[in-house]
Design a protein around this ligand. Structure first.
Ligand SMILES: [Zn+2]
Length: 385
């Protein structure tokens, strides 16, 4: 019911009953509990000029923004981004803290996350104790059901109970999730996937991630390790991937792979960023051009594989840098089209969506709000028993 109210902004009890299929009596009972718990508030109808209609104007229910403050945190390769929102989803303050080291021991990473959160709270004059819940989005293999990280390019160790580590520093609800899933969440709630039930988000940054939305829900797989598009194999005994295996797609498409290739093949000053590599290719540098072209061809093969497996309505290619144009050129789309099983129906739409780091944090915050809401409701139900 909280999600229905969140989606509508303000909604009358009778309309909640219609939307959720619950009886009006049940809606009245639950809303009384939510009002008492301080999670929602009543919104009085505005006085309207007489319309000739009879009956009392309806009181609507809306979320109480000040009920909770929630943080969304994205751990990237070179920075940690924090966004604090209220229970209604209003953005209160955000902060970006640069990281000196990309890979860290779990304790070191936890310290960095807490420091970034403290700096953000200070910036917004919010007490750390006022944060009810947070979600940390990380690249890698994450079992979100138990906040457990099997492997991440941000950690030097495998099999890390991030939830427990963070719990030693912070006294609030803690959630850890794969970062690409959080982008899928953000796209579904605020972005290009808003009115789409089945879509796929591909994230391109240091590595390559994927979020799969089926029937409006994120699909995670049995162990929480599904949708690892970046680690699908595209070459037998191929290039070394940061996961330790060979021939993964991201070992041909990820930022690190392209810069590694440029370093290996050139004696001259090599580009330090994908932006520089793209600029060199545009200026006619043959080596830079061939590296980006191969990345595009590998990506086309990956896209075709996704369409052949999932047949989604939409594929959103999302990234934090706008220099991924080389992955969605007309040639890449044409190669993809040729590798897709041929039927007499239009191909899924493939669109590009370049957002900043804040997108990831926003997805993380939205996920944490959902989880905190669910915990509040569970507590209410348990109290009622
Ligand atoms: Zn890999």
């Amino acid at each position: 019911m909280l999600e229905t109210i969140r989606a509508q902004g303000a909604i009358a009890r009778i309309d909640i009953a219609r939307e959720t299929g619950m009886s009006p009596a049940t809606v009245t009972a639950i809303s009384a509990e939510l009002l008492e718990a301080g999670l929602i508030r009543e919104v009085q109808p505005e006085a309207k000029p007489t319309t000739g209609k009879r009956g009392r104007p309806r009181v609507s229910l809306a979320l109480r923004g000040d009920a909770h403050k929630i943080a969304g945190i994205k751990v990237a390769h070179s920075s940690i981004t924090v966004l604090v929102i209220d229970f209604e989803g209003n953005e209160l303050v955000d902060h970006d803290m640069p990281l000196v080291q990309a890979r860290m021991e779990p304790e070191q990473l936890c310290n960095a996350i807490v420091t970034a959160l403290e700096q953000c709270c200070r910036k917004g004059s919010i007490g750390l104790a006022d944060i009810s819940g947070l979600c940390v989005g990380m690249a890698g293999l994450v079992d979100a059901t138990r906040n457990f990280v099997y492997w991440s390019s941000s950690l030097t160790s495998r099999n890390v109970d991030m939830g427990a580590h963070l719990g030693q520093h912070l006294n609030c609800a803690i959630f850890v999730e794969n970062d690409a899933n959080l982008v899928a969440k953000a796209e579904h709630l605020f972005g290009k996937g808003r009115d789409v039930s089945d879509f796929i988000v591909i994230t391109i940054e240091h590595g390559v991630g994927m979020g799969v939305v089926i029937d409006d829900e994120i699909y995670r797989g049995t162990r929480g390790c599904g949708a690892e598009f970046g680690h699908t194999k595209v070459q037998l005994s191929g290039a070394l991937c940061q996961c330790g295996q060979r021939g993964c797609l991201e070992a041909y498409v990820g930022d690190y792979a392209l810069l590694r290739e440029a370093r290996l093949l050139s004696d001259e000053a090599t580009p330090q960023s994908i932006g520089q590599l793209s600029a060199a290719a545009r200026e006619g540098d043959a080596l830079a051009g061939s590296i980006l072209e191969r990345a595009g061809r590998m990506f086309a093969m990956g896209l075709a594989n996704i369409i052949n497996i999932f047949d989604p309505e939409l594929i959103i290619v999302s990234g934090t840098h706008s220099s991924m144009d080389y992955l969605l050129t007309p040639q890449v789309i044409e190669e993809m089209r040729q590798s897709v099983v041929q039927v007499d129906a239009p191909l899924p739409e493939v669109v590009q969506h370049s957002w900043g780091q804040l997108m990831w944090a926003k997805g993380a915050a939205a996920y944490a709000v959902e989880k905190v809401s669910a915990q509040c409701v569970r507590r209410l139900v348990l109290d009622a028993v």
